[in-house]
Design a protein around this ligand. Structure first.
Ligand code: PA5
Length: 524
């Protein structure tokens, strides 16, 4: 790496305490020039999107997450008013809860149980972990982000005896997501078993008139906050979805919003070399050959940012992983994202990055400030933070020497502003990259297809149970059940369903639990 290449391709934005270094990506000297026409058209699309164009054509929706941190940008005055009203509501509710104006049955709320999945959980989880300070947080956050009964029990065990001081926030844009609905029903049952009224401990964040909205309205929950159709799930962290949990935790949501707004300004620049989101999107284009040929490994050298890779995994993969482009051409696009944190991962998969299959580029995140307060010396003249940076720089060099490309993002420290900036930076990078490769980043047909497929499985399960029940104690094998139900092609599925039911006290039994014609099932 020459000093000249480094200085040519290192963008510092001092007022944001932020820098981006792309010098270790091996693009050619002409790359920027060649890409400029496409880049200019991506900026045009982004301008149209921010001005309220239907940027999600499949769902006929505007895409308005940029308005959340600058409500006056919204194309309709009603939208501006709604965003501002929602922000006021978030602050008022949080302050009423903190000050004991709104309480649980057993006193001041001290915990929040957030029930949501995907875009309705990953952002709140990331922000809570990045900015939380156990000693000073106003409330502690817990999550149901799945329909795993044991996972639910584990979380409930942590809240044992405290549900009367636990605020449940049920988050679902559609208001019909099965995992979230189940989580809500499980929570309701848990509150009831402690003699508590769930409605007095619950807030809903959802689309107007959704199923969840109706339940919350009919049962008289504490309040309901909106989730507008022009905000996508994975870009909803700066809507009530992320802001209410953050405010309740005691985080300064105005600072998070102002960080995002400042990054929005920086990433609206049409001069590509000065626009960090544009640079990121171009590097993705270069490294993955515009078709996801390489994976993005996200490696923050800071424990607080560990969940950022998980958050980005959804933002990037759900937005970019698409079968067809905007012209209807089959493209099978996407970029795989994984990561955790350095230096921990150096003792896990970095061995392969350094020497194994060369199918990735790395996005390092460097944080300059080590910790609050002084550090001890762990070696003569060296602190733990010196070691952390040593491992980061050493790994980066080792990878580069082996031809492995990397991008480095540097932030001063993990502040609310920096977290807002990172969210806004990647939201726009995804949007710009989607324009470069001509796909709709704002729908998720694959997620919807998965939901439908699960519904089919659940329906078959009910039929199998009913069939065994009707057959009383008669012993039947999977292929016969499949034939009897006219589901000849589903014998394997029926085996998988029965194999689990047998283990879960559902009155279904077998003597031999293997996919074999001698495995006979009966209901008793
Ligand atoms: O980003 C998305 O749109 C999805 O990941 C959703 O957030 C997820 O499926 C949950 O949907 P909902 O908020 O409607 O329950």
């Amino acid at each position: 790496m020459t000093w000249e290449r480094f200085t040519n391709h290192h963008l510092s934005i001092n007022e944001l305490d932020f820098a981006l270094d792309i010098s270790r990506m091996n693009f050619s000297d002409d790359f920027f020039k060649e890409m400029e026409p496409l880049m200019q058209s991506a900026y045009n699309s982004m301008e149209e999107l921010e001005a309220g164009a239907i940027a999600n054509p499949d769902e006929g929706r505007m895409v308005g997450h940029y308005w959340l941190r600058n409500p006056t940008l919204a194309p309709e005055v009603e939208q501006t008013a709604e965003i501002e009203k929602c922000l006021r509501q978030i602050k008022n509710i949080s302050s009423d809860i903190h000050n004991g104006v709104i309480t649980g049955s057993k006193g001041t709320f001290k915990n929040c149980l957030i029930i949501g999945i995907g875009g309705s959980a990953l952002g709140p989880q990331f922000v809570a972990d990045a900015l939380g300070r156990p000693k000073s947080d106003r409330m502690k956050l817990y999550f149901f982000d799945n329909t795993d009964p044991d996972g639910i029990d584990r979380t409930l065990a942590s809240l044992d005896g405290e549900l009367g001081m636990t605020l449940a926030i049920v988050i679902s844009k559609s208001g019909g997501t099965a995992e979230t609905r189940n989580g809500m029903l499980e929570a309701q049952a848990a509150y009831k078993s402690e003699g508590l009224k769930f409605s007095e401990h619950a807030i809903a964040i959802t689309g107007e008139a959704s199923k969840l909205d109706q339940v919350a309205k009919e049962d008289g929950w504490i309040t309901r906050l909106p989730m507008w159709d022009w905000v996508g799930g994975r870009t909803s962290e700066l809507a009530a979805v992320g802001l209410l949990p953050a405010a309740l935790q005691g985080l300064d949501i105005d600072r998070i919003l102002s960080g995002a707004a400042a990054m929005d300004i920086a990433t609206r620049a049409r001069e590509t070399k000065k626009n960090p989101a544009a640079l990121l999107s171009l590097m993705w284009y270069h490294s993955t050959k515009a078709k996801g040929a390489k994976d993005m490994v996200v490696l923050p050298y800071k424990d607080r940012l560990m969940l950022f890779s998980k958050y980005l995994q959804q933002l990037v993969m759900e937005s970019l992983g698409k079968a067809i482009d905007l012209n209807g051409k089959v493209v099978h696009q996407g970029i795989s994202v994984y990561g955790n944190k350095g230096s921990t991962d150096q003792h896990a998969y970095v061995q392969q990055l350094r020497e194994g299959v060369h199918n990735f580029f790395v996005t390092f995140i460097e944080v300059l400030k080590d910790r609050e307060g002084e550090s001890i010396e762990v070696d003569s003249g060296a602190t733990s933070g010196d070691f952390l940076q040593g491992f980061f720089l050493g790994t980066r060099d080792a990878l580069y020497e082996n031809g492995r490309e990397s991008i480095t993002i540097t932030i001063g420290e993990v502040t609310p502003e920096a977290v807002g900036q990172l969210i806004a930076l990647f939201e726009r990078a995804v949007g710009l990259y989607a324009s470069l490769i001509n796909i709709n980043a704002y729908h998720q047909p694959g997620v919807e297809a998965g939901k439908k497929a699960a519904a089919v499985v659940l329906e078959i399960e009910q039929r199998v149970i009913a069939h065994l029940k009707e057959s009383a104690a008669v012993r039947i094998d999977c292929t016969t059940i499949a034939k009897n139900l006219s589901l000849e092609s589903q014998a394997e599925l029926i085996f998988k369903l029965l194999n689990r039911l047998v283990r879960n006290n559902r009155n279904i039994h077998t003597e031999l639990r293997s996919p074999h014609h001698l495995s006979l099932y009966y209901y008793e």
